[in-house]
Each structure stands twice: as C-alpha cells, then as structure tokens.
Design a protein around this ligand. Sequence first.
Ligand SMILES: C[S@@+](CC[C@H](N)C(=O)[O-])C[C@H]1O[C@@H](n2cnc3c(N)ncnc32)[C@H](O)[C@@H]1O
Length: 527
Amino acid sequence: MALNKYMHPRNLYKDKAPNFKTLAEKYPDFAKCVFKDLKGKCHLDYKSPTSLRQLAIALLKEDFDLEVEMPLNRLIPTIPLRLNYILWIEDILKELTDVKGKGIDIGTGATCVYPLLGCKKNNWEFLASEVDETNFTIAEKNIHKNNMQEKIKVKKVSGKTALLELLEGNSDQFDFCMCNPPFFADHMDAQAIMSSRTDDRPEPSSINTASVGESITEGGEAEFIKKIIVESVDLQGRIKIFTSMIGKKTNIPLVKKELRDHKIPNYQTTEFCQGKTMRWGIAWTFDTSVIFPRSLFQETKKSRKLSLPLTFEVPQSAVSVYDVDHVANKVMKMLKVLQIENFKSVDSKTKTVHLKLTAFKNTWSHQRRKRREMKRRGEEQTSEGTEVKKLKVTENFTEREKSDKQLENSCEKCQESPCNQGEREVTSVSDFNDDQTFKGKKIEEKVNKSGDGEKAANQGASSSKDNVVPYVTGDSLSEEDKDQFLVKCDMFIKIASDSISLEMVYREGQKDQMHQILQYLKNHITD
Ligand SMILES: C[S@@+](CC[C@H](N)C(=O)[O-])C[C@H]1O[C@@H](n2cnc3c(N)ncnc32)[C@H](O)[C@@H]1O
C-alpha cells in the first residue's frame, strides 16, 4: 500500500497487513465476508459495510483483545488510522513530565474506539462525549463489554460546545484531548468532495457508513476545530495538550491561523498515513516548554529522498580501456585533485569498486569566478613585470570559460542556466583558497617539476590541451580543514548491463555538495 511506508513505526500494521486467511479461520463472521480468487488468495469487498465492520471487529479482537459491537449505519473505524492517532498521542506524552494518563475524546462514536485502544494499550483513563443517542448507547455497551467502566466514562452532550459542556461539573486535570471531528460542512460539501476525485485521487477504496450527524457539522471540520481552539483558551489550566484529527489538508492553514489569532504559538501538525489514505493531526498547548515530536512523515520522506543513489553512466571515451579498474583509477585521480579523501575496497564477486568519500572543503564549485579573479590578479602581476607565463594562463582561461559556460548550460538537474537548484554547475579544478596567484605560481612550479604521477592526476581534472591549468594535490588540507567535513558519501563503480556506472549514496553532511561533486565528475571525466 502506497502510504504504509510512512505509517507510524510502532503501528503493528506498518509491515504486516492483516492476514485475511488467518482471521477467517478464527472469526466465522469475518469468514463469511472473505472470498477467494483462483489462486486461493483471500480478498475482502471494501465497499461492503458488513465486510468493513467484520474486519474492524476481528482486528480489535485479534490484535487488542477488545470485544466490540458496531451498528452498520454508523461510522466504522479503520483500525490502522485510529492506532496512528493513539501512537502520536503516546509520542507527545513521552515529552511531558508529570503525566497522569488521563484523556478526553470528543465525539467518541459507537465503537468508542480511541478510549478502548488507549485504555487497553496504555491503561489511560478517558472522559468521552457523544451527541448521537445511538452512538452513546452502544459506546457504553462496548465499555462494559470490555470491563472498562472504571476507566472510561461517556457523557451524552447537546453538541452546542466541543468541550465546555463535557467538563461541566468536573474538576479533573487532563493530559490531552483528542477528536475526530465531523468532516463535512453540509450535504453539498460531502457531495462535492466525493465527486471531485480525479485520477490522482481515485475513488475511495472503502465505503463511508457514517450517519449525517457523524459526518456533517456546521462549517465543516475547520469550524469544529476552531470551536475547540476558542474553548481551549478557557480550558488551558485543565487540559495540557489539545489535539484534533484533520481530514482535509486545505483546512490545516485555516486551523493554524485560528491558533495564531488566539496567540497560541506552540503547535505542531503531523501526518497519519495508512493504505491509500492520509489524514493529519494538529496539537497545541499553552505550555511553551512542551516540545512536540517532529513529523515522522516529513522525516521519513526526507531520509528516503536522501538515501536515493545518484547514478551516472560513464562514457566509453572517459578511459583508454573501458573497465571498472580503469574508471576507478581515473575517478580516484580526480578525487585526489579535489582533495576528497577516499578509501577503496573491492567486491571481487561483483567486481564493484567501493570508495568511501569524505569531502572537507568545497574544491569544485565557483571555478569561473575564481579563474576570473586569477586572471585579474595575473594581469596585475604581469603589469608589475613578474611572471610572463601567467599571461598564457589568462588566455587559456578565456577559452576555458567558454567551455565552462557550455557546461553550465547543461546542468542535468534543472535544465536551466543559471542552474536554479542551489546545486550549481561545477566546472573546473580547485578552490584555490584566498591567495590564488600564489597558489597558481606554486602549482606551475609543480607542473614543471612534476613526475608522471602528478601529470596523470592533472589530466583527471583539466583539459589535456590546457596543461597550464593549475591543480592542487590532495595532501594540502590543514588539520583545521579536516576537523569539519562537508559531506560523506559512498561511491560505487560497477558494471551495469553493458556499461559502467558510477553511483553515489549519501551518508552525512550537505547533500547538495554530493550533487556538485558528481556534476564535476560528469563534466570532467572525459577531459
Ligand atoms: C467522525 S465521527 C468520529 C467517531 C470516532 N471518534 C471515530 O474516530 O471513529 C464524529 C463523532 O462526533 C460526534 N459529535 C458531533 N458533534 C459533537 C459534539 N459537539 N460533541 C460531541 N460529539 C459530537 C458525532 O456523533 C460522531 O460520533
């Protein structure tokens, strides 16, 4: 299921979808809803209220040892989503001191699902409200069925307020309140939302059995949550953390605005992901010392994105012999020029070369600017009668700048010039510190004196025609430079079908620097 990878990590359905076959063997009423395909695999009709009900009943019994009854004409709770909400509350409470384990559930529904789960899992106590007579009666039954009447109380309310009426005549302190508010503003809203589905947002895979009172509230869920926010101002001494589920993403900014309007600065949203459905949660408190857990969805998404490898197919023209060893040697020489530390290991089975890279200093970007600077300084020096040789460098840079421009235009990531991705095209050799001219001089001397090894390294980073383009060797980093690294990543050079690929996998530090290093290698590997 698309969103399951973002489910709460402690959600037991994250990596283990309910096994219909096993459930059918244990629960006869559920078995009646299951049908088998030609291969004998069990399926469920998610459009059938009876099937959904029997699945929820079976899961609550199987995974939480909870006995419940649910009317077919009331909302049937999807258990993975309800569990995600409970797990988020657990995470919030972990950050608090002096937790009593007491919560409020606004509009508990017939199943009384949050109090039953919270009480069973965490031994929490609940005060719940319900406006609907049928829901109220069945919620009470479900509490008794599970012998939780000491822990869970439900109060029938008029629905004029969200919390105030529930707390009348009660002086308890609560750690949190939770709510799955009625969703729609009116029938038109419900109709519009159900019929606004596109290919991107297909038909819901399951049926909504909620009654009018359960799913429709004046102004929709945003107004309902606003009501809780307004009341929370008066109740801040009684309830530490206020939370609500949000069903429509577009309501999040409205709710946040209401919080800001009431000068409530400490709030946090989260995502509840399950199957194909995403819902959101919002939590707020008047206690500024509370630190809410960060959104797991955003963190997981970010770390998944970060772990995707960047790949590059090495062209045949990069090396004289097109094999992994030659490519690896060439790349290592380029890394030496860039002063990127690398540790090599080889997987002899797959013939893959693994280089563990650590870059301490950006030696690969802003080269045009730096060469222009060098050119200027070269001219200054020449006018003072020093080093005529620098003029050659100047001329060559002009040529080089042209080719750099072309390279810049070819930024593969954004296809724009200048690159707008914050991962600017990288072009030439090194980041010559501040005293470019001095380094240039020093390097020229090196070129003049250097043996084959250094010349070979130079080829890795500069045009063979342009052998006066300076370079620095990898041994010139100061201890200070090495104290802080820019980025660490792994590079794999391997055979991929009939070509050799270079793959970079991010480890730590600034990921955009890894993009730049790869771009540099792409631009210069055929030099
Ligand atoms: C979307 S349902 C949620 C039911 C249950 N909490 C769940 O998540 O499955 C909303 C519930 O709130 C109840 N409700 C609506 N307005 C209410 C109010 N002002 N006070 C208490 N309950 C209310 C409805 O009757 C309904 O049972």
